[in-house]
Ligand binder design. Structure first.
Ligand code: DGL
Length: 282
């Protein structure tokens, strides 16, 4: 149970950003650009990544641990910058756990804002989803799109090799060419009318040069970073009570459950500036 009243309950805190590993840094980067005045606390559960092939129960358990830790560290608002966690854990945390932990804190995900955005982007009304096995089998995108845009036809394909390629620094390798070409071709064969592909995993923008190389011309590739950042800015505008609980020092801190030196190297590569992370045990 979170201590509601940790040191100073109403003291403003950073925005918590959680991912299984490095992928959420693509979202963090967009958040830092859109809301540079805010403080951020990033937590990557690198020691237990990837989450994609894990069961619902385990992704829920790991994600809840991470959310509790970010709350304990003073966050009032946590973004699950991970589609797998958003698909498998967000609803349970929002509906079952949050009221008991602290009804004034919030946890938001990345699927809903992406689905809201896609309606005005597709012209053919045929949308492809690429994601982890967990995200695709949860059918979270299919369900949300059917709800918000019933006219859109959705085709999904899981890319189980893409996250390991990123986590193992193989995003530029020949091996990445092979898997990206193969998975894109399978998706496009399932519906050649697809004109918009949602990169439904926050790791995938790190493969963007390869994805753009193998995607058919004219197909829009939708990365989530700026969509989530715009959606958060809008949320804070509509919820001044939450905005008032965010500290404004323009700082970012990084926590990883795995090796800090490795995290620092990779995060520096992704973010374009040096990072000094702390080790965190969940
Ligand atoms: N970056 C994550 C996502 O958006 C998770 C990838 C994984 O851990 O499998 O789904």
């Amino acid at each position: 149970m979170i201590a509601h009243n940790t040191s100073l309950p109403s003291q403003p805190g950073p925005i918590g950003v959680f991912d299984s590993g490095y992928g959420g840094l693509t979202v963090l980067k967009s958040l830092q650009e859109a809301l540079p005045q805010c403080d951020y606390l990033y937590l990557g559960d690198n020691a237990r990544a990837p989450y994609g092939p894990r069961s619902f129960d385990l992704v829920y358990e790991f994600t809840l641990q991470a959310v509790r830790r970010l709350f304990e560290r003073g966050c009032h608002l946590v973004i699950l910058a991970c589609n797998t966690a958003s698909a498998k854990a967000l609803r349970s945390i929002q509906q079952r756990d949050l009221p008991g932990i602290d009804p004034d804190r919030r946890v938001l995900g990345v699927i809903r804002p992406t689905v809201e955005a896609v309606g005005s982007i597709t012209r053919s009304g045929h949308v492809g989803i690429l994601g982890t096995v967990g995200t695709v089998t949860s059918q979270s995108y299919d369900i949300e799109i059917a709800h918000l845009h019933p006219h859109i036809k959705v085709s999904s394909h899981a890319c189980p090799m893409w996250v390991p390629l990123v986590e193992c620094c193989e995003a530029d390798s020949d091996g990445a060419n092979y898997f990206v070409a193969k998975d894109l071709s399978t998706l496009m064969q399932s519906d050649p009318l697809i004109d918009t592909i949602i990169l439904g995993c926050t790791h995938y923008p790190l493969l963007l040069p390869k994805i753009a190389k193998y995607a058919p011309e004219g197909v829009t590739l939708l990365s989530q970073g700026h969509i989530v950042a715009d959606s958060l800015a809008d949320y804070l505008h509509r919820h001044p009570e939450m905005e008032a609980r965010l500290s404004r020092g323009g700082s970012s801190q990084y926590l990883t459950t795995d090796d800090t030196a490795k995290f620092n190297d990779l995060a520096t590569l992704f973010l374009g500036h040096s990072v000094s992370s702390q080790h965190e045990v969940l």
